[in-house]
Design a protein around this ligand. Structure first.
Ligand code: ADP
Ligand code: ADP
Length: 229
């Protein structure tokens, strides 16, 4: 799993009316290989922007984002993202959604099928392989999103409010499942949430962003018992 270094990052979005928004100012931190870090802060403080910068979906206006000491300039299969709103392809079945990144990478069909099966088993959806997203509950869709992200075996998993669209009971179950999975897969995880309780529950290390533009207000270590059944 990779190291992540964010060094003096500023991000400004220019808008056509010339106003523009500075989303992040002077943000610096590092993440060790295999670490699970939560990023918490109020709406608008730049959490999504930060996740997108680390994923290579945005470029910093100044400063640098390094993954394993290499500057991030574009998205790469080694950095997978899971979104709040699922972003599943509605015209593809569950197994086709999970296979998507592998197809893009030109992975041979037999290897691909095996990998898809393993991922669906990991997230407990083997029996829904041929269902379509519209036929699934929110929690199930979120598990498909996670399986799709994990299928390409990324070293770095970026999760942007991944459990923000499901009810609280389902959220607690998914939180537990994600931690159980993380303990087995050796991935560096950046987990974005606006919910401080969720942030502290998911990880010992909590990066607190505040303000507009967002700055790192705290980088704290809190040791609590992790959620368990
Ligand atoms: P958060 O995830 O913490 O809610 P965001 O990263 O989504 O914060 O947004 C931070 C700030 O940047 C907000 O003021 C938002 O309006 C602005 N912003 C985000 N994306 C864009 C964009 N593509 N164009 C212009 N402004 C944006
Ligand atoms: P999850 O924790 O996956 O969100 P729910 O608690 O919403 O699951 O639902 C429990 C079970 O009910 C699911 O495992 C699924 O079999 C079924 N189910 C729920 N919602 C739907 C739906 N919209 N379409 C089909 N089956 C559903």
């Amino acid at each position: 799993a990779p190291t992540v270094a964010v060094e003096g990052v500023h991000k400004r979005y220019e808008t056509t009316d010339g106003a523009g928004t500075t989303a992040l100012a002077d943000v610096s931190f590092t993440i060790d290989p295999g670490e699970f870090v939560t990023v918490v802060g109020p709406s608008g403080c730049g959490k999504t922007t930060l996740a997108r910068l680390v994923g290579g979906f945005e470029s910093p206006t100044s400063g640098r984002v390094l993954v394993d000491e290499t500057p991030v300039t574009s998205p790469a299969p080694d950095r997978a993202m899971v979104f709040q709103a699922y972003h599943l392809f509605p015209w593809l079945s569950v197994q086709e959604n999970v296979a998507f990144g592998l197809v893009e990478q030109g992975v041979a069909e037999d290897v691909r099928n095996e990998r898809v099966e393993a991922m669906l088993e990991l997230v407990g959806l083997s029996d829904r392989a041929s269902a379509y997203p519209a036929e699934l509950s929110g929690g199930m869709k979120q598990r498909v999103g996670l399986a799709r992200a994990l299928a390409v075996d990324p070293g770095l998993l970026l999760m942007d409010e991944p459990f923000g669209s499901v009810d609280s009971q389902t959220r607690r179950r998914l939180q537990r499942e994600l931690l159980d999975i993380w303990r087995t897969v050796e991935k560096t995880v950046v987990f974005v949430t606006h919910d401080i309780q969720e942030a502290v529950l998911m990880s010992d290390r909590v990066l607190v962003l505040t303000g507009t533009p967002g700055r790192v207000r705290d980088d704290v270590t809190v040791e609590l018992p992790r959620p368990r059944d």
